[in-house]
Design a protein around this ligand. Structure first.
Ligand SMILES: [Fe+2]
Length: 510
Protein backbone atom coordinates (compact mmCIF):
# COMPACT_ATOMS: atom_id res chain seq x y z
CA UNK A 1 0.00 0.00 0.00
CA UNK A 2 1.29 3.35 -0.96
CA UNK A 3 1.99 5.52 2.05
CA UNK A 4 1.16 9.23 1.96
CA UNK A 5 3.27 11.53 4.02
CA UNK A 6 1.39 12.89 7.08
CA UNK A 7 1.07 16.43 5.71
CA UNK A 8 -0.36 15.17 2.41
CA UNK A 9 -2.97 13.21 4.34
CA UNK A 10 -3.82 16.26 6.41
CA UNK A 11 -4.15 18.35 3.25
CA UNK A 12 -6.44 15.75 1.63
CA UNK A 13 -8.54 15.68 4.78
CA UNK A 14 -8.79 19.46 4.84
CA UNK A 15 -9.92 19.56 1.20
CA UNK A 16 -12.49 16.80 1.80
CA UNK A 17 -13.91 18.52 4.87
CA UNK A 18 -13.62 22.07 3.62
CA UNK A 19 -17.25 22.94 4.30
CA UNK A 20 -17.18 21.81 7.92
CA UNK A 21 -13.76 22.94 9.09
CA UNK A 22 -14.11 25.77 11.60
CA UNK A 23 -12.24 28.86 10.68
CA UNK A 24 -10.99 30.03 14.04
CA UNK A 25 -10.65 33.56 12.79
CA UNK A 26 -14.46 33.87 12.71
CA UNK A 27 -16.11 36.02 15.36
CA UNK A 28 -19.77 35.48 16.37
CA UNK A 29 -20.59 38.72 14.57
CA UNK A 30 -19.21 37.28 11.30
CA UNK A 31 -21.31 34.13 11.35
CA UNK A 32 -24.37 35.47 13.16
CA UNK A 33 -24.44 39.04 11.86
CA UNK A 34 -28.25 39.24 12.16
CA UNK A 35 -28.39 38.17 15.79
CA UNK A 36 -30.90 35.80 17.31
CA UNK A 37 -34.64 36.04 17.88
CA UNK A 38 -37.53 34.13 19.39
CA UNK A 39 -41.28 34.26 19.06
CA UNK A 40 -44.78 32.80 19.14
CA UNK A 41 -44.57 31.52 22.72
CA UNK A 42 -47.06 28.82 23.73
CA UNK A 43 -47.21 27.15 27.12
CA UNK A 44 -44.94 24.30 25.97
CA UNK A 45 -42.99 25.69 23.01
CA UNK A 46 -41.36 28.70 21.44
CA UNK A 47 -39.69 29.49 18.11
CA UNK A 48 -35.98 30.34 18.05
CA UNK A 49 -34.30 31.96 15.06
CA UNK A 50 -30.95 32.95 13.62
CA UNK A 51 -29.24 33.29 10.25
CA UNK A 52 -25.87 32.13 8.98
CA UNK A 53 -24.19 35.13 7.37
CA UNK A 54 -21.36 33.25 5.67
CA UNK A 55 -22.97 30.52 3.66
CA UNK A 56 -21.21 27.87 1.68
CA UNK A 57 -22.69 28.34 -1.74
CA UNK A 58 -24.61 25.36 -3.12
CA UNK A 59 -24.39 23.48 0.11
CA UNK A 60 -26.18 23.26 3.39
CA UNK A 61 -24.78 24.54 6.65
CA UNK A 62 -25.09 22.35 9.74
CA UNK A 63 -26.18 24.42 12.72
CA UNK A 64 -26.45 23.17 16.28
CA UNK A 65 -28.87 24.77 18.73
CA UNK A 66 -29.33 24.40 22.44
CA UNK A 67 -31.70 25.67 25.08
CA UNK A 68 -31.11 25.90 28.81
CA UNK A 69 -32.67 27.21 31.99
CA UNK A 70 -29.70 29.51 32.61
CA UNK A 71 -27.59 31.90 30.57
CA UNK A 72 -24.43 29.84 31.24
CA UNK A 73 -26.03 26.66 29.86
CA UNK A 74 -25.31 24.72 33.05
CA UNK A 75 -28.90 23.44 33.15
CA UNK A 76 -29.49 22.27 29.57
CA UNK A 77 -33.00 21.29 28.54
CA UNK A 78 -32.81 20.57 24.83
CA UNK A 79 -30.53 20.57 21.84
CA UNK A 80 -30.65 19.65 18.19
CA UNK A 81 -29.39 20.20 14.66
CA UNK A 82 -30.75 22.22 11.79
CA UNK A 83 -29.44 22.20 8.22
CA UNK A 84 -30.01 25.49 6.47
CA UNK A 85 -29.69 26.18 2.77
CA UNK A 86 -29.81 28.92 0.17
CA UNK A 87 -33.50 28.11 -0.44
CA UNK A 88 -34.32 29.64 2.92
CA UNK A 89 -31.69 32.35 2.72
CA UNK A 90 -29.62 30.47 5.34
CA UNK A 91 -32.11 31.33 8.07
CA UNK A 92 -32.59 28.89 10.93
CA UNK A 93 -35.94 28.44 12.65
CA UNK A 94 -36.67 25.79 15.28
CA UNK A 95 -39.96 25.26 17.12
CA UNK A 96 -38.60 24.02 20.43
CA UNK A 97 -41.19 21.90 22.25
CA UNK A 98 -41.59 20.06 25.56
CA UNK A 99 -40.90 23.16 27.61
CA UNK A 100 -42.40 24.21 30.94
CA UNK A 101 -45.18 26.83 31.03
CA UNK A 102 -44.22 30.32 32.12
CA UNK A 103 -40.53 29.45 32.02
CA UNK A 104 -37.56 31.67 31.21
CA UNK A 105 -35.17 30.01 28.79
CA UNK A 106 -31.84 30.81 27.16
CA UNK A 107 -30.80 29.63 23.71
CA UNK A 108 -27.84 29.81 21.35
CA UNK A 109 -26.66 28.42 18.03
CA UNK A 110 -23.32 27.10 16.83
CA UNK A 111 -21.94 26.93 13.31
CA UNK A 112 -18.37 26.53 12.02
CA UNK A 113 -17.39 26.03 15.66
CA UNK A 114 -18.57 29.50 16.68
CA UNK A 115 -21.39 30.30 19.12
CA UNK A 116 -24.10 32.88 18.46
CA UNK A 117 -25.03 35.51 21.04
CA UNK A 118 -27.25 34.05 23.78
CA UNK A 119 -30.94 34.86 23.48
CA UNK A 120 -33.47 34.91 26.28
CA UNK A 121 -37.06 33.87 25.82
CA UNK A 122 -40.11 32.81 27.76
CA UNK A 123 -42.99 30.39 27.34
CA UNK A 124 -46.57 31.44 28.04
CA UNK A 125 -47.98 30.63 31.47
CA UNK A 126 -50.62 27.91 31.76
CA UNK A 127 -51.82 28.36 35.36
CA UNK A 128 -53.03 31.53 37.02
CA UNK A 129 -50.69 34.51 37.14
CA UNK A 130 -51.06 37.85 38.91
CA UNK A 131 -49.88 39.96 36.02
CA UNK A 132 -48.73 40.04 32.42
CA UNK A 133 -46.81 42.76 30.63
CA UNK A 134 -46.66 43.24 26.87
CA UNK A 135 -44.83 45.87 24.84
CA UNK A 136 -47.00 46.82 21.85
CA UNK A 137 -45.22 48.26 18.82
CA UNK A 138 -45.55 49.10 15.14
CA UNK A 139 -43.88 51.00 12.32
CA UNK A 140 -40.10 51.12 12.31
CA UNK A 141 -38.62 53.00 9.39
CA UNK A 142 -34.84 52.54 9.26
CA UNK A 143 -34.30 55.71 7.27
CA UNK A 144 -36.23 58.02 9.54
CA UNK A 145 -34.02 57.63 12.59
CA UNK A 146 -32.70 55.29 15.23
CA UNK A 147 -34.62 52.43 16.79
CA UNK A 148 -34.28 53.93 20.28
CA UNK A 149 -37.70 52.65 21.32
CA UNK A 150 -36.67 49.06 20.56
CA UNK A 151 -33.63 49.51 22.74
CA UNK A 152 -35.78 50.84 25.59
CA UNK A 153 -38.10 47.83 25.32
CA UNK A 154 -35.07 45.52 25.39
CA UNK A 155 -34.43 46.76 28.93
CA UNK A 156 -37.98 46.21 30.19
CA UNK A 157 -38.05 43.38 32.71
CA UNK A 158 -40.48 40.46 32.60
CA UNK A 159 -42.27 41.00 29.32
CA UNK A 160 -44.49 38.11 28.29
CA UNK A 161 -43.89 39.19 24.67
CA UNK A 162 -43.43 42.09 22.30
CA UNK A 163 -46.58 42.38 20.18
CA UNK A 164 -45.54 43.71 16.76
CA UNK A 165 -48.49 45.03 14.75
CA UNK A 166 -46.60 45.44 11.51
CA UNK A 167 -44.60 47.81 9.33
CA UNK A 168 -41.52 46.03 10.65
CA UNK A 169 -39.78 47.15 7.44
CA UNK A 170 -40.65 49.71 4.76
CA UNK A 171 -40.43 48.88 1.08
CA UNK A 172 -39.41 52.30 -0.26
CA UNK A 173 -36.21 53.42 -1.91
CA UNK A 174 -33.98 56.03 -0.25
CA UNK A 175 -35.62 59.34 0.63
CA UNK A 176 -39.06 58.38 -0.67
CA UNK A 177 -40.67 58.04 2.75
CA UNK A 178 -37.66 58.43 4.99
CA UNK A 179 -34.88 60.93 4.97
CA UNK A 180 -31.32 60.26 3.92
CA UNK A 181 -29.70 63.06 5.92
CA UNK A 182 -28.59 60.93 8.87
CA UNK A 183 -27.07 58.31 6.61
CA UNK A 184 -29.38 55.41 7.40
CA UNK A 185 -30.05 54.73 3.75
CA UNK A 186 -32.21 51.83 2.67
CA UNK A 187 -30.55 48.77 1.11
CA UNK A 188 -30.96 48.00 -1.69
CA UNK A 189 -31.10 51.68 -2.74
CA UNK A 190 -34.42 51.35 -4.58
CA UNK A 191 -37.94 50.07 -3.88
CA UNK A 192 -37.84 46.36 -3.06
CA UNK A 193 -39.67 44.06 -5.45
CA UNK A 194 -37.75 40.82 -5.95
CA UNK A 195 -36.85 37.98 -3.59
CA UNK A 196 -33.27 39.22 -3.32
CA UNK A 197 -34.50 42.78 -2.62
CA UNK A 198 -36.79 41.81 0.25
CA UNK A 199 -34.10 39.59 1.78
CA UNK A 200 -31.55 42.37 1.62
CA UNK A 201 -33.95 44.84 3.28
CA UNK A 202 -34.68 42.49 6.21
CA UNK A 203 -30.95 41.86 6.46
CA UNK A 204 -30.29 45.58 6.80
CA UNK A 205 -32.95 46.08 9.49
CA UNK A 206 -31.65 43.07 11.42
CA UNK A 207 -28.13 44.46 11.53
CA UNK A 208 -29.47 47.38 13.54
CA UNK A 209 -28.10 46.90 17.08
CA UNK A 210 -31.25 48.14 18.83
CA UNK A 211 -33.52 45.81 16.90
CA UNK A 212 -31.10 42.94 17.58
CA UNK A 213 -31.12 43.72 21.29
CA UNK A 214 -34.89 43.65 21.65
CA UNK A 215 -35.12 40.37 19.72
CA UNK A 216 -32.36 38.89 21.87
CA UNK A 217 -34.17 39.74 25.12
CA UNK A 218 -37.87 39.05 24.44
CA UNK A 219 -40.07 36.79 22.32
CA UNK A 220 -42.03 38.58 19.59
CA UNK A 221 -45.58 37.90 18.44
CA UNK A 222 -45.70 39.54 15.04
CA UNK A 223 -48.12 40.21 12.23
CA UNK A 224 -47.50 42.02 8.97
CA UNK A 225 -49.20 45.25 8.02
CA UNK A 226 -48.90 46.76 4.55
CA UNK A 227 -45.26 47.84 4.28
CA UNK A 228 -43.94 44.30 4.64
CA UNK A 229 -45.45 44.00 1.14
CA UNK A 230 -46.17 47.51 -0.27
CA UNK A 231 -48.08 50.58 0.94
CA UNK A 232 -51.82 50.03 1.51
CA UNK A 233 -51.69 46.40 0.43
CA UNK A 234 -54.75 44.21 0.11
CA UNK A 235 -55.25 40.68 -1.28
CA UNK A 236 -54.95 41.64 -4.94
CA UNK A 237 -52.93 44.83 -5.03
CA UNK A 238 -51.42 47.79 -3.22
CA UNK A 239 -51.36 51.56 -3.62
CA UNK A 240 -47.59 51.31 -4.01
CA UNK A 241 -47.61 48.56 -6.63
CA UNK A 242 -47.65 49.61 -10.27
CA UNK A 243 -48.12 47.33 -13.32
CA UNK A 244 -44.57 47.98 -14.50
CA UNK A 245 -43.34 46.41 -11.24
CA UNK A 246 -44.70 43.05 -12.40
CA UNK A 247 -47.45 40.73 -11.23
CA UNK A 248 -48.66 41.71 -7.75
CA UNK A 249 -49.24 38.07 -6.78
CA UNK A 250 -45.57 37.31 -7.45
CA UNK A 251 -44.48 40.25 -5.29
CA UNK A 252 -46.94 39.33 -2.55
CA UNK A 253 -45.68 35.72 -2.50
CA UNK A 254 -42.07 36.90 -2.36
CA UNK A 255 -42.88 39.28 0.52
CA UNK A 256 -44.67 36.49 2.41
CA UNK A 257 -41.82 34.04 1.83
CA UNK A 258 -39.21 36.45 3.14
CA UNK A 259 -41.38 37.39 6.14
CA UNK A 260 -41.57 33.73 7.12
CA UNK A 261 -37.84 33.27 6.52
CA UNK A 262 -36.81 36.21 8.67
CA UNK A 263 -39.47 36.51 11.37
CA UNK A 264 -39.75 34.18 14.39
CA UNK A 265 -43.33 33.19 13.52
CA UNK A 266 -44.70 29.65 13.50
CA UNK A 267 -45.31 28.12 10.08
CA UNK A 268 -47.93 25.75 8.76
CA UNK A 269 -51.11 27.82 9.19
CA UNK A 270 -52.49 31.26 8.46
CA UNK A 271 -50.69 34.23 10.05
CA UNK A 272 -53.83 35.12 12.02
CA UNK A 273 -53.48 33.08 15.18
CA UNK A 274 -54.17 32.88 18.90
CA UNK A 275 -52.05 32.76 22.07
CA UNK A 276 -53.23 31.85 25.56
CA UNK A 277 -51.55 33.24 28.67
CA UNK A 278 -53.22 31.12 31.30
CA UNK A 279 -56.66 32.27 32.50
CA UNK A 280 -55.53 35.91 32.54
CA UNK A 281 -55.36 36.64 28.79
CA UNK A 282 -55.91 35.41 25.28
CA UNK A 283 -54.20 37.29 22.46
CA UNK A 284 -55.71 37.08 18.99
CA UNK A 285 -53.57 38.39 16.14
CA UNK A 286 -55.51 39.40 13.03
CA UNK A 287 -54.27 39.66 9.44
CA UNK A 288 -55.98 42.72 7.99
CA UNK A 289 -53.99 42.81 4.76
CA UNK A 290 -53.50 39.56 2.89
CA UNK A 291 -56.02 37.09 4.33
CA UNK A 292 -59.23 38.77 3.22
CA UNK A 293 -58.92 42.51 2.55
CA UNK A 294 -60.54 43.64 -0.68
CA UNK A 295 -59.61 46.75 -2.66
CA UNK A 296 -60.17 50.16 -1.06
CA UNK A 297 -62.58 52.69 -2.54
CA UNK A 298 -61.71 56.36 -2.99
CA UNK A 299 -64.30 57.68 -0.53
CA UNK A 300 -67.68 57.25 1.13
CA UNK A 301 -69.45 58.53 -1.99
CA UNK A 302 -68.25 55.56 -4.02
CA UNK A 303 -71.09 53.23 -4.99
CA UNK A 304 -69.24 50.23 -3.59
CA UNK A 305 -68.38 51.83 -0.24
CA UNK A 306 -70.91 49.90 1.88
CA UNK A 307 -70.97 46.77 -0.27
CA UNK A 308 -71.22 43.39 1.47
CA UNK A 309 -68.56 42.19 -0.94
CA UNK A 310 -65.93 44.42 0.65
CA UNK A 311 -64.06 43.00 3.62
CA UNK A 312 -61.10 43.56 5.92
CA UNK A 313 -60.86 40.06 7.42
CA UNK A 314 -62.75 37.92 4.93
CA UNK A 315 -65.31 35.27 5.83
CA UNK A 316 -62.92 32.57 7.00
CA UNK A 317 -60.98 34.82 9.37
CA UNK A 318 -64.19 36.46 10.62
CA UNK A 319 -65.64 33.05 11.56
CA UNK A 320 -62.37 32.00 13.15
CA UNK A 321 -62.23 35.22 15.24
CA UNK A 322 -65.82 34.75 16.37
CA UNK A 323 -65.22 31.17 17.46
CA UNK A 324 -62.03 32.10 19.34
CA UNK A 325 -63.76 34.91 21.24
CA UNK A 326 -66.82 32.81 22.05
CA UNK A 327 -64.69 29.92 23.26
CA UNK A 328 -62.13 31.69 25.43
CA UNK A 329 -62.63 31.87 29.18
CA UNK A 330 -59.70 34.23 29.70
CA UNK A 331 -60.27 37.40 31.69
CA UNK A 332 -58.74 39.70 29.06
CA UNK A 333 -59.30 39.22 25.35
CA UNK A 334 -56.64 41.17 23.47
CA UNK A 335 -56.96 41.64 19.72
CA UNK A 336 -53.86 42.56 17.72
CA UNK A 337 -55.43 44.81 15.10
CA UNK A 338 -53.47 46.65 12.42
CA UNK A 339 -55.71 49.63 11.61
CA UNK A 340 -58.10 51.73 13.74
CA UNK A 341 -61.42 50.00 14.39
CA UNK A 342 -63.30 52.74 16.26
CA UNK A 343 -65.17 55.39 14.33
CA UNK A 344 -62.84 58.35 13.99
CA UNK A 345 -64.27 61.69 12.98
CA UNK A 346 -61.60 64.15 11.90
CA UNK A 347 -63.76 67.20 12.51
CA UNK A 348 -63.06 68.49 9.04
CA UNK A 349 -65.44 68.37 6.13
CA UNK A 350 -64.55 66.04 3.26
CA UNK A 351 -61.89 64.42 5.38
CA UNK A 352 -64.12 62.38 7.55
CA UNK A 353 -62.99 58.80 7.14
CA UNK A 354 -59.72 56.94 6.73
CA UNK A 355 -60.37 54.65 3.77
CA UNK A 356 -57.47 52.34 4.74
CA UNK A 357 -58.80 51.82 8.30
CA UNK A 358 -61.95 49.97 9.41
CA UNK A 359 -63.95 53.14 8.68
CA UNK A 360 -63.23 52.44 5.01
CA UNK A 361 -64.83 48.98 5.25
CA UNK A 362 -68.17 49.84 6.89
CA UNK A 363 -70.04 46.62 6.17
CA UNK A 364 -67.59 44.35 7.94
CA UNK A 365 -66.84 46.98 10.59
CA UNK A 366 -70.54 47.02 11.53
CA UNK A 367 -70.72 43.23 11.38
CA UNK A 368 -67.81 42.93 13.78
CA UNK A 369 -69.33 45.52 16.14
CA UNK A 370 -72.57 43.56 16.05
CA UNK A 371 -70.76 40.32 16.82
CA UNK A 372 -69.11 41.98 19.86
CA UNK A 373 -72.41 43.41 20.97
CA UNK A 374 -74.53 40.24 20.59
CA UNK A 375 -72.02 38.20 22.55
CA UNK A 376 -71.56 40.89 25.21
CA UNK A 377 -67.87 40.13 25.51
CA UNK A 378 -66.28 41.69 28.55
CA UNK A 379 -62.69 42.89 28.88
CA UNK A 380 -62.03 43.13 25.15
CA UNK A 381 -59.04 45.32 24.25
CA UNK A 382 -57.98 46.04 20.70
CA UNK A 383 -54.36 47.09 20.30
CA UNK A 384 -53.80 48.94 17.05
CA UNK A 385 -50.82 50.13 15.01
CA UNK A 386 -50.48 51.84 11.63
CA UNK A 387 -51.11 55.52 12.41
CA UNK A 388 -47.74 56.55 13.97
CA UNK A 389 -49.85 58.19 16.68
CA UNK A 390 -51.27 57.22 20.08
CA UNK A 391 -54.99 56.74 20.75
CA UNK A 392 -57.28 55.66 23.57
CA UNK A 393 -60.90 54.94 22.66
CA UNK A 394 -63.91 53.67 24.49
CA UNK A 395 -64.64 51.94 21.24
CA UNK A 396 -67.93 52.44 19.45
CA UNK A 397 -69.13 53.05 15.92
CA UNK A 398 -71.94 55.20 17.21
CA UNK A 399 -70.37 57.80 19.51
CA UNK A 400 -73.45 60.04 19.39
CA UNK A 401 -75.95 57.21 19.92
CA UNK A 402 -76.32 54.71 22.72
CA UNK A 403 -72.99 55.57 24.26
CA UNK A 404 -72.39 57.49 27.46
CA UNK A 405 -69.12 59.39 27.34
CA UNK A 406 -69.18 59.92 31.12
CA UNK A 407 -69.41 56.23 32.08
CA UNK A 408 -68.34 54.34 28.97
CA UNK A 409 -71.67 52.55 28.92
CA UNK A 410 -72.54 51.40 25.43
CA UNK A 411 -68.91 50.97 24.33
CA UNK A 412 -68.05 47.63 22.71
CA UNK A 413 -64.39 47.41 23.63
CA UNK A 414 -61.37 49.49 24.54
CA UNK A 415 -59.04 50.40 21.69
CA UNK A 416 -55.43 51.42 22.38
CA UNK A 417 -53.44 52.73 19.43
CA UNK A 418 -49.66 52.57 19.72
CA UNK A 419 -47.47 55.15 18.04
CA UNK A 420 -44.58 54.27 15.73
CA UNK A 421 -41.19 53.09 16.88
CA UNK A 422 -39.84 55.89 14.70
CA UNK A 423 -41.86 56.33 11.48
CA UNK A 424 -42.86 59.93 10.83
CA UNK A 425 -46.20 61.42 11.85
CA UNK A 426 -47.87 64.84 11.56
CA UNK A 427 -45.28 66.39 13.78
CA UNK A 428 -42.47 65.89 11.30
CA UNK A 429 -44.21 67.88 8.59
CA UNK A 430 -46.17 70.45 10.62
CA UNK A 431 -45.31 72.79 13.49
CA UNK A 432 -46.13 71.54 17.00
CA UNK A 433 -48.67 74.29 17.56
CA UNK A 434 -50.70 73.23 14.51
CA UNK A 435 -50.59 69.55 15.43
CA UNK A 436 -51.78 70.36 18.95
CA UNK A 437 -54.73 72.30 17.55
CA UNK A 438 -55.64 69.20 15.54
CA UNK A 439 -55.32 67.02 18.66
CA UNK A 440 -57.66 69.32 20.60
CA UNK A 441 -60.16 69.25 17.74
CA UNK A 442 -60.14 65.43 17.61
CA UNK A 443 -60.54 65.23 21.39
CA UNK A 444 -63.49 67.58 21.61
CA UNK A 445 -66.80 66.08 22.81
CA UNK A 446 -68.56 67.40 19.72
CA UNK A 447 -66.23 65.51 17.37
CA UNK A 448 -65.19 62.28 19.14
CA UNK A 449 -66.79 61.90 22.59
CA UNK A 450 -65.44 58.33 22.77
CA UNK A 451 -61.82 59.39 22.17
CA UNK A 452 -60.07 59.81 25.54
CA UNK A 453 -56.51 60.53 24.46
CA UNK A 454 -54.62 61.31 21.30
CA UNK A 455 -51.02 62.23 20.61
CA UNK A 456 -50.02 62.87 17.00
CA UNK A 457 -46.49 64.03 17.82
CA UNK A 458 -44.45 61.46 19.69
CA UNK A 459 -42.84 58.08 18.99
CA UNK A 460 -42.19 55.08 21.16
CA UNK A 461 -44.38 52.22 22.32
CA UNK A 462 -47.26 51.10 24.49
CA UNK A 463 -46.75 48.96 27.57
CA UNK A 464 -49.89 47.01 28.38
CA UNK A 465 -50.07 45.51 31.88
CA UNK A 466 -52.86 43.12 32.81
CA UNK A 467 -54.02 41.95 36.23
CA UNK A 468 -57.23 40.14 37.19
CA UNK A 469 -58.78 43.46 38.24
CA UNK A 470 -57.45 46.03 35.75
CA UNK A 471 -55.53 46.73 32.57
CA UNK A 472 -53.05 49.60 32.46
CA UNK A 473 -51.75 51.37 29.37
CA UNK A 474 -48.43 53.22 29.67
CA UNK A 475 -47.44 55.31 26.66
CA UNK A 476 -43.64 55.49 26.53
CA UNK A 477 -42.21 58.16 24.25
CA UNK A 478 -38.57 58.45 23.20
CA UNK A 479 -36.59 61.66 23.59
CA UNK A 480 -34.91 61.48 20.22
CA UNK A 481 -35.14 59.87 16.80
CA UNK A 482 -32.20 61.51 15.07
CA UNK A 483 -29.60 60.58 17.67
CA UNK A 484 -29.05 57.18 19.15
CA UNK A 485 -30.42 57.83 22.61
CA UNK A 486 -32.20 55.23 24.67
CA UNK A 487 -33.96 57.70 26.99
CA UNK A 488 -37.73 57.35 27.13
CA UNK A 489 -40.41 58.14 29.66
CA UNK A 490 -44.06 57.45 30.38
CA UNK A 491 -45.99 60.43 29.01
CA UNK A 492 -49.51 59.14 29.61
CA UNK A 493 -51.06 56.37 31.68
CA UNK A 494 -54.60 55.00 31.76
CA UNK A 495 -56.45 52.23 33.57
CA UNK A 496 -59.34 50.05 32.48
CA UNK A 497 -61.18 48.32 35.34
CA UNK A 498 -62.15 44.70 34.60
CA UNK A 499 -65.82 44.44 33.72
CA UNK A 500 -66.15 47.99 32.32
CA UNK A 501 -65.33 49.72 29.08
CA UNK A 502 -64.30 52.87 30.85
CA UNK A 503 -60.99 54.71 30.78
CA UNK A 504 -59.69 55.99 34.12
CA UNK A 505 -56.79 58.32 34.81
CA UNK A 506 -56.09 56.77 38.20
CA UNK A 507 -56.11 53.17 39.43
CA UNK A 508 -59.57 51.73 40.02
CA UNK A 509 -60.54 51.40 43.68
CA UNK A 510 -61.19 47.82 44.78
FE1 LIG B 1 -46.38 52.53 9.32
Amino acid sequence: MKRFPFYTLLLLLLVACKSTIPDLSYEPGDIFMHGVASGDPLADRVIIWTRITIPHADSSVAVQWEMARDAEFRIPVQQGNFNTTAERDFTVKVDVGELRPGGEYYYRFKAYGVYSPVGRTRTAPAGSVDSLRFAVVSCSNYEWGYFNAYSHIAKQPDLAAVIHLGDYIYEYGPGVYGDTTIGRIHEPPYEIITLADYRMRYGQYRRDPDLQEVHKNHPFISIWDDHEIANNAYMDGAQNHQPEEGDFQVRRNVAKQVYYEWMPVREGGPLYRKFDFGPLATLIMLDERLAGRTAPVPGPDDSGFSSKERSMLGEEQFQWLTSQLVRTRSTWKIIGNQVIFSRLNTGRENLNLNMDAWDGYPYEQARLAEMFSINQFDNLIMVTGDTHSSWVFESTLDPFGAYNAKTGEGALAIELGTTSINSANSNESNPDSLVMIHERLLLSEEVNPHLKYVNLRDHGYLLLSLSPTAARADFYFVKSLRQRNVEAGIEARFWVPAGEYHILKSPPQD
